[in-house]
Ligand binder design. Structure first.
Ligand SMILES: NC(=O)c1ccc[n+]([C@@H]2O[C@H](COP(=O)([O-])OP(=O)(O)OC[C@H]3O[C@@H](n4cnc5c(N)ncnc54)[C@H](OP(=O)(O)O)[C@@H]3O)[C@@H](O)[C@H]2O)c1
Length: 355
């Protein structure tokens, strides 16, 4: 292996307004070479990044934190594990990496790890928030950007902890063919629930029905009346809604919730880049129907991570779960993949393979 390299990075050009675009990011190769060695005494780890995760919150982190855009401020403050992106610097997210040098006794050259890394080929990182990957588990390394890391924990905690599902209940999942949604739907099927999902294309609806085992599904872009679509697919009403999109879908779901229903508010991607938030008109049914509606962050549940792995690994092993990834190759294709999330381009978990 080479001992010096020029590092390729994905840099935020400037703070964004509205929907992030590919042109808000640029690929830069450092003019100077860097040594693939950590400084002795630094306790640092040098890694070669292999896979990067694309996540919707990253679009929010591209905006100026004090720009008056309430959701970007709140998102950055709350996700205190991460810093807002800074123009001129690389963006960052969950990544899977190989340790190539270490001054930290708990990590050795040749270990594989996952955690937050800058979007670049090589990073010097600390052990904080860095998880060693057990290579005896026979799964693709890319799974540690998603099902075996934050995405998986999000689906698990949101569904089991917030929604308290019971066998036979009806579950509706929006953005159901995405990273989190595909898992929630399958977890709900494993619980013995009746599961319906919405997604934004025919291909995704087919996936929900024929690969993930949803009982019913619809393409929300082709439904002139979401309320009618929900009534058609869930005539018995909705006991559990796993909310990924917000906006009109939430309003329609509220009208179809059953008494004592639960709504896990995981995300509201339809609202993240709007200049003016759409607002919710039917919130009063939360009172009449005694609905529990709770927002959550995966980070609230880090203490459940090993319990989650004990649940999910046998499911994967016994093929009770399928997991679809949308892997693009090359760091230079990262910006398009990231902004594609906001236009529904990804089918399954969006991952970038960089080495
Ligand atoms: N609370 C947490 O800790 C946490 C952690 C991870 C993710 N999240 C949230 O969970 C949700 C799903 O995230 P993910 O990582 O699984 O992403 P994802 O579903 O894999 O990708 C995003 C998907 O959102 C859908 N979408 C985009 N714009 C939309 C719009 N205007 N209206 C309706 N759907 C739209 C698109 O699918 P279609 O083709 O179906 O439109 C797109 O493929 C997001 O809201 C995210 O912010 C929360």
């Amino acid at each position: 292996m080479e001992t010096t390299v020029r590092n390729k990075q994905v840099i935020l050009k400037h703070y964004t307004k509205g929907f992030p675009e590919e042109s808000d990011l640029m690929i830069v190769t450092s003019p100077d070479t860097m040594e693939l060695k950590v400084k002795p005494g630094s306790s640092a780890i040098m890694v070669k990044n292999l896979f990067l995760s694309c996540d919707p919150y990253m679009g929010t982190f591209m905006r100026e934190p004090d720009s008056g855009s309430s959701d970007s401020e709140v998102a950055v403050e709350t996700l205190s594990l991460l810093d807002a992106f800074i123009p001129g610097k690389p963006i960052a997210g969950v990544g899977v990496s190989e340790v190539i040098d270490s001054d930290d006794p708990s990590f050795a050259k040749g270990d594989f790890v996952w955690g937050i890394v800058d979007w670049e080929e090589y990073s010097t990182v600390s052990s904080f928030g860095r998880f060693k990957i057990d290579m005896s588990i026979n799964v693709p390394l890319s799974y540690y950007t998603g099902i075996l890391s934050v995405t998986g924990l999000t689906a698990y905690a949101g569904f089991f902890e917030i929604c308290s599902p019971k066998k036979g209940e009806t579950v509706f999942v929006s953005a159901a063919a995405g990273a989190v949604g595909q898992l929630v739907g399958q977890f709900a099927k494993l619980m013995g629930c009746y599961v319906v999902g919405s997604a934004g294309s025919k291909q995704k609806v087919d996936l929900l029905l024929n690969k993930f085992g949803f009982d019913d599904a619809f393409n929300y872009k082709e439904e002139p009346d979401l309320n009618a679509a929900l009534k058609r697919c869930l005539p018995q009403g909705i006991d559990i809604y796993f909310e990924n999109v917000g906006g009109k879908m939430l309003d329609s779901v509220l009208m179809n919730m059953n008494v004592h229903g639960r709504i896990a508010v995981c995300g509201m991607i339809s609202q993240y880049h709007l200049e003016t938030q759409e607002g919710v008109k039917n919130l009063q049914v939360v009172v009449y129907k005694r609905i529990k509606m709770q927002g959550f962050l995966a980070f609230d549940f880090v203490d459940r991570f090993s319990k989650y792995l004990e649940f999910v690994l046998p499911c994967l092993n016994e093929r009770k779960l399928v997991y679809v990834e949308d892997i693009v190759e090359g760091l230079e294709n990262g910006p398009a993949a990231l902004v594609g999330l906001f236009h529904g381009q990804n089918v399954g978990k969006q991952v970038i393979k960089i080495a």
